[in-house]
Design a protein around this ligand. Structure first.
Ligand code: CA
Length: 226
C-alpha cells in the first residue's frame, strides 16, 4: 500500500514518512498541490494524506478535483489541518474526504484513522481471504472461486486478480498493473497486461456471468464491486 503525503512542511513530511514506513507503508510525498496531482498521475497511490493549507492549490481544491475525476474518484483521502473548527471539518467531508485529522495529532491516532478508512473502503479484505462480488480468494491456500465454482488461474492471473480485488472499484492503469503485479524494475510490454487480463477474464467469467473486469477506455481496468 502506497500512501502519498501532501504537505509543504518538510519536518512534518519526514515525521509522517518515518511513522508510515515503520508500519510497512510505501511513502511518496509532494510539497504542493500541483506536484501532488503529478505524483498521483505517475504513482497512483492507494491513499492520500492531504494537508489543508498548501501553496498554490489548496488541499480542499485537490480533494474536490479528485472526486470529480473518474480515474481517482475513489482514492481514499484523509485531510490534515491545523484548523480545528467544526465548520471546516464539515467542509472537508463535504468535498469528499474520507476522514479528517487536526494538528497536533499522535502518529498512533493517524495510523488508526488510516486503518479505519482502508477497512471502510475495503470491508471484505481480511488477512487471509478476499470476498468481493461473488468471488472468494483464499490467500493461504491459493484458491479462488466464483459463486462456488473453482477457478483455475496461473500464478500471474492469481496475482493480477488479487491486485484488482484489493483495489476493487478503482480504475487501474496498465502502468500501475505492471508495477504492482510484475514489479517496478521488470521490463514487460503493455500488451502483456492485456494478454493476462484476457486469460483472467476467460477463467473468471463463466457462461452468462457478468464481466467483473471493466475496461475503461484510454485509462485502464477496474474490478467491479457488485
Ligand atoms: Ca501546510
Amino acid at each position: 500500500m502506497k500512501v502519498l503525503v501532501v504537505e509543504d512542511e518538510p519536518a512534518m513530511v519526514e515525521l509522517l514518512r518515518y511513522n508510515l514506513e515503520a508500519e510497512g507503508f510505501d511513502v511518496a510525498s509532494a510539497h504542493d498541490g500541483d506536484e501532488a496531482l503529478v505524483v498521483i498521475e505517475e504513482q497512483n497511490p492507494d491513499m492520500l494524506l492531504l494537508d489543508w493549507m498548501l501553496p498554490k492549490i489548496s488541499g480542499i481544491e485537490i480533494c474536490r478535483r479528485l472526486r470529480r475525476d473518474p480515474k481517482h474518484g475513489n482514492l481514499p483521502i484523509i485531510m490534515i489541518t491545523a484548523k480545528g473548527e467544526e465548520a471546516d471539518r464539515v467542509r472537508g467531508l463535504d468535498v469528499g474526504a474520507d476522514d479528517y485529522i487536526s494538528k497536533p495529532f499522535s502518529p498512533a491516532e493517524l495510523l488508526a484513522r488510516i486503518r479505519a478508512v482502508l477497512r471502510r473502503r475495503n470491508p471484505d479484505v481480511s488477512g487471509e481471504t478476499l470476498n468481493i462480488s461473488n468471488v472468494a480468494m483464499d490467500l493461504v491456500a491459493y484458491k479462488v472461486n466464483r459463486g462456488g465454482r473453482e477457478l483455475r488461474l496461473g500464478p500471474t492471473e492469481f496475482k493480477l486478480l488479487r491486485y484488482f480485488m484489493e483495489r476493487s472499484g478503482r480504475v487501474l492503469s496498465r502502468e500501475q498493473l505492471l508495477d504492482g503485479v510484475w514489479g517496478q524494475n521488470v521490463y514487460v510490454e503493455d500488451r502483456t497486461v492485456d494478454v493476462h487480463i484476457r486469460r483472467l477474464r476467460k477463467a473468471l467469467n463463466g457462461e452468462g456471468e457478468p464481466d467483473l473486469i471493466r475496461t475503461v477506455r484510454a485509462v485502464g481496468y477496474c474490478f467491479e464491486r457488485a
